[in-house]
Design a binder for this molecule. Structure first.
Ligand code: NAD
Ligand code: LMR
Length: 342
């Protein structure tokens, strides 16, 4: 920009636009289970990211059409498709982030744990390939039951000698997305301002929204706390019932997973201010895995935010104790599954 003042031309540096501040599109992201209910809208949202150079789509079937379709969007990333185990290694080599929504979803009347028998094996085989081909990548696990599939992934990575607890994430972002939405609706707040940490795990009572730590600070009656907590814990079931046999949350999940991918990419790009709730290896409680807010940096989890668990209400403290036995059992079930296979 030139400025003309008293006949002198000065060159004034232009304020940097968001596009200039953001790094170039340079990250490779793989989605495993890319032709599914979550995989397809998630692929679309990742295709819209200015940070992604390659979007690698893997599934056991139907992925070619999804990739051809997405590839026509005029955004920076190149879309590539990979079908079946023989193409999995090529899909994974050199990727920065692997997102795993592969597996079966719930039908009405089922718990997430009812998916264990099928999804545990799917996650196991996919993580074996991740360990062999991109052990340095951030791994985002969406496949349910997350409370068990993340410990399964950790055990497999350990067996392969490449486990880095800082880079293995259970995606619990949807719980935060829901908590933010429901709290904003209930309290007539602007959605964009609301941030509610959700800790514990990702199933039933293990999902613990810390309403007392909501930002902006809001007060709730005991009835409101009870009603909101239950709604957030049962939100997945609310969608499963509404879909009446056609699956579980896919669109809101894709939105939440895309937010978590974008946060991870910003962290990889050096943004020093990336915080997300996620289910990770943790020392916050006596349980080996626990969801809480974490600071994410270039190397993955930089720190686990302990302050959210300090000074919680009596209701939250009781709910925290109440969730521990179920979460512990789900973690142990995942670990045993891997050890039994040996
Ligand atoms: P879906 O059935 O629509 O899609 C799953 C996809 O996985 C299918 O395309 C299928 O072909 C693929 N798949 C199956 N086995 C595979 C394998 N071995 N390798 C690669 N791909 C494979 O299901 P969906 O609605 O997309 O849900 C997927 C999973 O995500 C379910 O387990 C569901 O419970 C879970 N989920 C988690 C959350 C969360 O908050 N973490 C939210 C919603 C759903
Ligand atoms: C959700 O929370 O929507 C997912 O975990 C899917 C489910 O089974 O509820």
């Amino acid at each position: 920009t030139s400025l003309r003042a008293s006949g002198v031309t000065r060159v004034v540096p232009k304020a940097k636009s968001a596009a200039q501040i953001l790094p170039e599109a340079s990250y490779k992201v793989a989605v495993l289970g890319a032709a599914g209910g979550i995989g397809q809208p998630l692929g679309l949202l990742i295709k819209m990211s200015p940070l992604v150079s390659e979007l690698r789509l893997y599934d056991i079937a139907n992925v070619k059409g999804v990739a051809a379709d997405l590839s026509h969007c005029n955004t920076p990333s190149q879309v590539m498709d990979f079908t079946g185990p023989a193409e999995l290694a090529n899909c994974l080599k050199g990727v920065d982030v692997v997102v795993i929504p592969a597996g079966v979803p719930r039908k009405p009347g089922m718990t997430r744990d009812d998916l264990f028998n099928i999804n545990a094996g799917i996650v196991k085989s996919l993580i074996e390939a991740v360990a062999d081909n991109c052990p340095e990548a951030f791994i985002h696990i969406i496949s349910n039951p997350v409370n068990s599939t993340v410990p399964i992934a950790a055990e497999i990575l350990k067996q392969k000698g490449v486990y880095n607890p800082k880079k293995l994430f259970g995606v619990s972002t949807l719980d935060v997305v829901r908590a933010n939405t429901f709290v904003a609706q209930k309290k007539d707040l602007k959605l964009i301002d609301v941030d509610v940490p959700v800790v514990g795990g990702h199933a039933g009572i293990t999902i613990l929204p810390l309403l007392s730590k909501a930002r902006p600070s809001v007060t709730f009656t005991d009835e409101e706390t009870e009603e909101l907590t239950k709604r957030i814990q049962n939100a997945g079931t609310e969608v499963v019932e509404a879909k009446a046999g056609a699956g579980s949350a896919t669109l809101s999940m894709a939105y939440a997973a895309a937010r978590f991918v974008e946060s991870s990419l910003r962290a990889l790009a050096g943004d020093p201010d990336v915080y997300e709730c996620t289910y990770v290896q943790s020392e916050l409680t006596e349980l080996p895995f626990f969801a809480s807010r974490v600071k994410i940096g270039k190397n993955g989890v930089e720190s686990i935010i302990s302050s959210d668990l300090e000074g919680v209400t009596e209701y939250e403290a009781k709910a925290l104790e109440a969730l521990k036995p179920e979460l512990k059992a789900s973690i142990e079930k995942g670990i045993e599954f891997v050890h039994k296979q040996q």
